[in-house]
Design a protein around this ligand. Structure first.
Ligand SMILES: CC(C)(COP(=O)(O)OP(=O)(O)OC[C@H]1O[C@@H](n2cnc3c(N)ncnc32)[C@H](O)[C@@H]1OP(=O)(O)O)[C@@H](O)C(=O)NCCC(=O)NCCS
Length: 163
């Protein structure tokens, strides 16, 4: 967890600064509790492990953000040494299946800082569409950031599976 969040590159478009070892440990402890989704606010957080070596190279999560609106949200981070190999896409694809096939959610979103092109690409490859760009809506790390919202509906996800 520390290796994932330790570099400026990793956290450039996230809300936090590089994590200290202590903060990373706390984050691991929190995430160990995020094993199932039963109530609004729950998350399923998964380590991305390379089958060949057992090395943990990433962290992906699905959060049930609203019971009323039947909505979930994806998040992901992959170690910089392993970018561009499809790992975020592969791991997040499984979480979309959990969201729609297992939990029966209506809508899943992804939110990102507007300059985070790699994250946008992952969401597009998964079939999410850009729905909104909120201009300078957040004050993060001493500057105004713009947020882009991507989304996919259950029927759209099912159509992709059939396709
Ligand atoms: C976003 C992130 C998880 C992607 O992980 P990854 O395993 O490299 O993603 P994938 O390999 O599945 O796909 C990356 C796609 O983005 C593209 N990409 C990578 N860097 C890019 C860039 N700077 N500009 C445009 N596209 C880029 C890749 O070419 C690839 O698309 P393609 O397969 O069509 O060529 C990774 O960059 C990361 O951990 N970033 C830091 C944390 C973060 O910002 N998380 C998202 C918060 S919203």
């Amino acid at each position: 967890m520390h290796a994932l969040h330790a570099s400026e590159e990793s956290v450039r478009y996230l809300y936090w600064e590089p994590l200290s070892p202590e903060a990373a440990r706390e984050r691991v402890e929190q995430r160990l509790g995020r094993r199932s989704i039963a109530e609004e606010g729950d998350s399923l957080a998964l380590a991305v492990e390379l089958a060949a070596t057992g090395e943990v190279v990433g962290d992906v999560a699905l959060t049930w953000t609203s019971r009323q609106h039947s909505r979930g949200e994806l998040s992901f981070i992959i170690h910089p040494d392993h970018h561009g190999r499809g790992y975020a896409t592969e791991a997040a694809r499984l979480l979309l299946r959990v969201a729609f096939a297992d939990l029966g959610l209506h809508r899943v979103i992804g939110r990102l800082e507007a300059r985070n092109a790699a994250s946008a690409r992952v969401l597009e490859r998964l079939g999410l569409r850009q729905e909104a760009q909120l201009v300078e809506n957040e004050w993060v790390k001493g500057r105004w950031d713009s947020e882009i919202v991507y989304a996919i509906l259950d029927r759209e996800w099912r159509a992709l599976q059939e396709g």
